[in-house]
Design a protein around this ligand. Sequence first.
Ligand code: MAN
Length: 564
Amino acid sequence: MADKRGHVVSLRSRMLCSLCKTGQLILINILLLSLSQAKVDRPRGVSISKSSLYKPGDSFTCFDNSDTIPYSQINDDYCDCKDGSDEPGTSACPNGSFHCTNAGYRPLTMPSSRVNDGICDCCDGTDEYSGETTCVNTCREMGRAMREEQERMKQLLQEGVKIRDDYIKQGKDAKTEKRARLEALEKEKDEAEAKKNELENIKNEAEKPEKEAKDAHQKAWEEEKSLREAEKEAKKVEEAFAELDSNADGMVTWEEVQTHSEFDIDVNGTVEEDEAKEYLEDHNSVDIKTFQEKVWPNIKDIIKFPEPEKEESAKGEATPPGEEMEEGAEFPEEAEVAPSPETKSQGGEDEDLGDDDDEEEEDYDKDDEDYEKDDEDHEYGTDEKKEEEEEEKMPDYDEETKVLIQAADNARHEFTVAEQKFKDLENEMNDLNHFLTLDLGPDDAFYPLKGQCFEYTDREYVYKLCPFDKASQRPKNGGSETSLGTWGKWTGPEENIYLKMKYERGQGCWNGPDRSATITLHCGMKNELRNVAEPNRCEYTFDFETPAACTAPAKQSEDIHDEL
Ligand code: MAN
């Protein structure tokens, strides 16, 4: 059994060995073949991928089928094919293409017109073979530098992708947290609304008796005020009657009215009979009753009372003696107080003369005195004023009303607090909803940029970008900010809309469109505004670097060709 097994094993290994030899042979064959293929003598300027189209010994058909020529006519410096495909290694065809392998660096396909033009276009120097120009092969060094740069970029990209992954996590966490908060708020909102409504009812109920009590108080006050006014008025009537009834016989006659110069309607210096009677409603005399009913309304705004001059002097005011009379003569006119009978008898006739010069003088003096008088008024008028104001002021509410007001105040306060809480909840929910509906890029990778602002300064302006909010511009040397737009939408190409952002409806441009800004996003290790331009008036372009834009490293570094 063991032998048999051993025999089988050795047989199998022999077979495997022969298979193995066959495999080796095949491998060697493939290697030789590919080596021979690599060394295939393809025409100058033809890439490996196109070499099969040029078969030595066969005739050659132009790529555009415009002609078929013998193989020997390829690269014979004569253009046979319309598409230039027969002359890839000479400049004979105007539309031909020359391919240089540039082993160790990037292959290059260029117009064949550049072949042997004295300029080394290919790093392997194959485009300059005429011997007139000697090109040094720099492909190795260039390739090395390129690969180093690619490696560096790859590292950076990987670093960027790591940061982006962290951004994605932050975005995800934020959304989860905000969703949970929103859910909690929805419940809270219902409760807050119910509480608010309840407190509003309580407040309304508390305000009813408060209003009734306040209205009643106000009404009582109004009534008292009108009573007081009526009394005051009656007093004034009596005073006026007494003033006019100079002989105190209980009747005011037209002759008595004549003694008051303010009733001189035509201002001719004398109160004539008809003038006096006009005020008395054509009566010769009136008693207090008729005076109150008929005469008082006619004269209440006209009648002047003698100035309480004596009182002033009694108070010991520092009025220089001798000036008193002048003051008395002019004061009433301005202060609407009638001249005292004394003053009137002294100055009455002079006034009648109506001398213009005198009047001017008087006016002049008066101005000075008015000035002084204003000061005096100020001094002794304030107390009266205060008193009057006091009288005008509604008295405090009674205790019962105060209790009702306090209760209503408390209810109002509680309602206001509840209402504010409800509004705050609503606002917070609106903010959350707004956030949750924002498109923060693939996997919310742009989340950390929200709430931040970045600036870039050029020669004239400082530009600011606040992602998902706004873009603006302000003069570097001071001045106000100009809006370049508010967050609009993603506007990248169809295959990656997240490549560009658009901020729209900025400040209107004079004779132009509203300002707007388009932001192109680039992968970078930091969030940084790198450049701003205004290619068209009021249309701005920003270049913004961010790890949030670092994606698909394999794609971005695939630039190494098969012919390396
Ligand atoms: C301002 C700036 C400029 C813009 C002009 C247009 O000066 O906003 O960027 O070109 O207005 O008038």
